[in-house]
Design a protein around this ligand. Sequence first.
Ligand code: SAH
Length: 394
Amino acid sequence: MRNLPKVILKRGREKPLLRGHPWVFSGAVEKIEGEVTPGDEGEVYSKEGEFIGIGHLNPHSQILVRLLTRKKEVLGEDFFKERILKAVHFRESWFKGKTNAYRMVNGEGDFLPGLMIDRYGDLLVLQCTTAGMDRLKGLITKILIEHFSPRTIYERSDAPLRKEEGLKESQGLLFGKEMNELQEIEEYGSRFRVDVRGGQKTGFYLDQRENRLFLREFTKGKKILDGFSYTGAFSIHAARGGARELTLIDSSEDALKRAKEHFELNELNHLPLQLIKGDAFEVLRGLESSSYDIIVLDPPPFAKRKGELLGALRGYKEIHLQAFRLLRPDGLLLTFSCSHHIGWDLFQKVIFTSACDSGREVQLLARRGQPIDHLFSLFHPEGEYLKGFLLRVL
Ligand code: SAH
């Protein structure tokens, strides 16, 4: 084996790693032996000299090592092929006949830190968030071509996370034919056209798929408000469930334009539809009390960093207060937080404070999280981010 740089930990700091956590924070490191450039592989050892594993190094990142293996093995084509196939085969059988769009590889959750791959039919979108994975784009592309015969592989490595790794944004065609402007996908019988080049995330919020299907079960005859609608995916499923009337709010004009197209594409354009472009905080305040049967709130993460927590909580409090005001008696609220720094408890508490101020009785009917293609490892609980509640407002 090649001579890899060695990361020597401070005394006792190997414990979380031995229990299975994949991250070594810079504060846990005593010294590094050997030259390191961001993205290099390196071996990790305890202070006492016990071998812990091999991972990708980045001295510019707070997370100095992301472990890939606990064995002394070569991290070559065979290694990555096995990990990728293991992740994808499971999803392929799970989603067969349900959807042709899902996350094939979900970073740490699939023991491939820094690598996300999304499938939109025969178009695959790759996203690398670490220097180590960034270097392996060519190899990953080769594996994807050989095993999944995609028409196109496109890179959307423009997540803000890359900055923390000292990486520039990177976007473009990695393989195959230039894409059409929009890629059509199907999700539980609903059709959507995804803008992989310019859309949010890699084009679509795949992580809400099952929650949209869930909503569909109780929308018959209901008047729906879809706050933070993006391209209307919740609304389309609500409409297919029999919703009577829909209002969508989003700050992005482009997203609302696509939402309208989605109603046409799904032959639902006969339904009364109101599209409101604006800041949801203001728009909600301006709507009439007790006028909706069901409200969906799926905002962007208000707390991307710990320092933003207080402001985020204020934001969640305000939108829930408005939602409680806008719901008719017996109305339903399906609400989400994708802020990493707000856990289930805290999210529930902030909604509770809104409920108190609103004077409404509120019952919790269901908790809804992220779907199986956005799985996370129990050894890396940081991979959990999506928290949702279905509430009944009396
Ligand atoms: N529910 C959607 C995803 C929503 S993502 C789906 O299933 O596809 C969050 C959306 O909120 C984005 O479309 C973004 O444009 C919008 N947004 C962000 N800040 C906003 C604000 N202050 N007011 C209204 N919309 C906002």
